[in-house]
Design a protein around this ligand. Structure first.
Ligand code: CU
Length: 208
């Protein structure tokens, strides 16, 4: 009985690691093509590995309006979510932040549109889940209907967007759905708050 259970556990843990290894292997091949499309060759610097992003400084206080667009009349927020914004956390970041280092607060009942972009050849995705799910190897289904990028487990789409109505309060995360990435810190926080007057974004609320 015990040995069967152990084997089951091993196979559960092994597969995400294997997938990551495969992903990094594939990244080597397509990296140069993506980098070329991104910017002129002359701007390339030695050591800028496109798989983990560039040494761009992560956004901080003062940059909020670039990462949270608010339409108060329509009660609509638009959130650009860029995977591998820079090389922070081996590229497993959204907008240069990871492990809840950026915190969005959305009033209950507002509509949220996430505009996802993956700047790395490594697979990434975005899915809205309850925050505790980020500790698991698989983050599971989107908490709100349709609140995830296409094939979020595979993370192969480079650009996608989705919308949902924030009709339940709680502590959520914009998490990467690629196996084991969220557990490695590839998530930022999204709180849905009954008391909040307006949407807000705070950076660097936690130490990395
Ligand atoms: Cu990821």
């Amino acid at each position: 009985m015990i040995s069967v259970q152990t084997r089951f556990l091993k196979s559960k843990l092994l597969s995400p690691l294997l997938l990551i290894a495969i992903a990094f292997g594939a990244a080597e091949v397509s990296a140069s093509a993506v980098a070329a499309a991104d910017e002129p060759e002359s701007q390339h610097q030695h050591g800028d590995h496109p798989a983990t992003g560039k040494k761009t400084v992560s956004p901080g206080p003062g940059d909020e309006s670039r990462f949270l667009m608010v339409d108060t009349e329509k009660k609509l927020v638009t959130i650009p979510v860029i995977a591998t914004y820079n090389d922070v956390n081996y590229g497993m970041n959204f907008n240069g932040h990871h492990r809840g280092g950026a915190v969005y607060t959305i009033p209950k009942g507002w509509k949220v549109t996430v505009k996802f972009e993956n700047r790395s050849p490594v697979p990434h995705s975005a899915v809205i889940v309850e925050q505790f799910m980020t500790r698991k190897p698989q983050v599971g289904e989107p908490f709100f209907d349709g609140a995830g990028t296409k094939d979020y487990l595979k993370g192969l789409v480079k650009k996608d967007e989705f919308s949902f109505v924030a009709d339940e309060t709680g502590k959520f995360a914009i998490a990467c759905g690629f196996p084991a990435h969220a557990a490695s810190g590839h998530w930022i926080a999204l709180n849905i708050d009954r008391e909040a007057d307006a949407p807000s974004l705070k950076f660097n609320t936690k130490k990395p």
